[in-house]
Design a protein around this ligand. Sequence first.
Ligand code: MN
Length: 243
Amino acid sequence: MSHHLPLIAIVPNRKPADYIASIERAGARTLVIDRARTAARDVLDDAAGLLLTGGGDVDPARYGEAEDPTFEAAEEGRDEYETAIVRLALERDLPVLAICRGVQILNVALGGSLIQDIPSQHPSGVNHSLTDPKWAIAHDVTIATDSRLHAALRERITGEGLLPVNSRHHQSIKAIAPHLRVTATAPDGIIEAVERPGSTFCLGVQWHPENFLEHDEFGGLFRAFVEAAAVTTGTARSLRSSS
Ligand code: MN
């Protein structure tokens, strides 16, 4: 039966283990993309969903800005590849889950911009860079009650819409891209989650839900993504068999 589980394509980064484990626990198979060998189009012919992972900074030239002194580039080729594959996934309405750098590349690919360095450009008492342990709670986010994110994590969200999260990012969304919607913010106003209402499932978070493997605090989010991908797989199969 295992080949009937939906296949989630994961864009490679330096430490994919927690992403792979979180997706597999939610009931899917995983494929870490080999960017050098596989065209985005071919990956998405086989996949039922796309996971965008964390990593270095998106080249600010992509949203018309010069580099901040804190700029740390991601691996060579990631910006180009991830921009192409996320646009293609959305064209095909494949489910997309975007984490940390992932939500940033999603926003830039769709025409938005980024705060290049939160400590210098948006200083506040909120700590967005609490690195150790990787699951340490850094701040709350306030989640829109009518969002898919709220539905996925309902059991952990307070009546006031608050949810505690970890935080390891020095950048965040500045101008939200057209057709994206902000669905969570930190107490300092930093954008922490977005959704694309026109898609079957397109959701991005600025924190790292994949780091909570021991107690599975964010399992509901991965399950919602995998369930959306499973529906997509079923639809694709029935379309193929009827043609
Ligand atoms: Mn944060």
